[in-house]
Design a protein around this ligand. Sequence first.
Ligand code: ADP
Ligand code: MG
Length: 382
Amino acid sequence: MNKYTLAQRFEQAYQTPASGTVSAPGRVNIIGEFTDYNDGFVLPAALTFLTQVAYCQRSDQRIVVRSSMYPDEVEQFSLTEPITSGDSQWGNYIRAVVFVLHRAGHQLCGVDLLIDSDVPQGSGLSSSAALEVAITGMFNHVCQLGLSLEQIALLGQQAENDFMNCQCGIMDQLISATGIAQHAVLIDCQNLASSAIKIPDDLNLVIVNSNYPRKLVESEYNQRRIDCEQAANIMGVTSLRHADLPLLQAHKSKLSDTQYRRAHHVISENNRVIAATTALAANDMDQLRQLMTASHQSLKFDFEVTVPATDGLVEICQQAVGERGAVRMTGGGFGGAIVCLCRAEDVIVIKQAINQQYHSRFGLHADVYVCQAGAGLTINPN
Ligand code: ADP
Ligand code: MG
């Protein structure tokens, strides 16, 4: 922990006080994986892990950014020049947001920024969406762009799609922008309609990062999206949202085995999200366990995005909590994290099981986060 507050560190870095801070959270997806870009349903929750951005408007047209994660680097560029990729990977997220805001016709102003975050990076908790939403929200506030939370989320997604070359759906940015404390949010990604579901007080959200080294994630991720679009095309629907299992069976012979399985995952996952929403509201652990287990199996066999380390973690945690918990992989897959819904007294049981088994089976150390559902984008002017 740094002993200085973000405001104090901003003043040290820029010799001028910050005008305020903007924060946006990471997220966990309870269920509904790879359904967002198929116009389907998702059930994520924003977390209390936050990315915060301290800001102060400049008198010129420069963007100057520091991140406490990368203390030796300063990212800077001018708003008056075309926005292109720079050498810094993290700096490109800032450029990406400026790029999409310019493209949408928004007039920006120069700013000094200091970023700080306790969202674990690359752990499936979407630190990238938290960063995009925080930066977009900051520009919206400072430059008075008049964007809605939904527009902020869509711009964040475009930054990731069109500048960072990751063809993600809308879930991560939307929940980061619109999350509600102590609630999961059912989102219909077709029209972005949402409804908040209270997470029962006795239910804990435990996230375990496998720390499996992720490789080829973006190309595999983007390929899955293409498989889904092709399957929808062959079935004669605009997206897999408009397909059901009988339609899929009727087209089985026209689909490749891969296309069939990708579509089967998405169609069945949409059904599971709706059922899980009811089960969560009713605190029905039996139902939640069945649905989350089925989701994981579908992600393993149909969508093929799990790895032995995440399959193993799910197995270890599910065996440890037994009927008292529900477990599955969460996020983009190919490593990353798993999520377990369980009672408070079982957190220790899960930690013990992981300590005893995970390293010896997979040669990796897992990080366990006991999380709360938090609020979305927040502006805190001084
Ligand atoms: P995830 O979104 O699952 O955490 P990603 O690989 O999509 O993983 O995004 C992580 C990247 O986002 C980091 O490598 C970094 O470039 C950028 N990032 C996230 N948080 C910060 C931060 N606080 N400061 C600077 N860059 C960050
Ligand atoms: Mg990300």
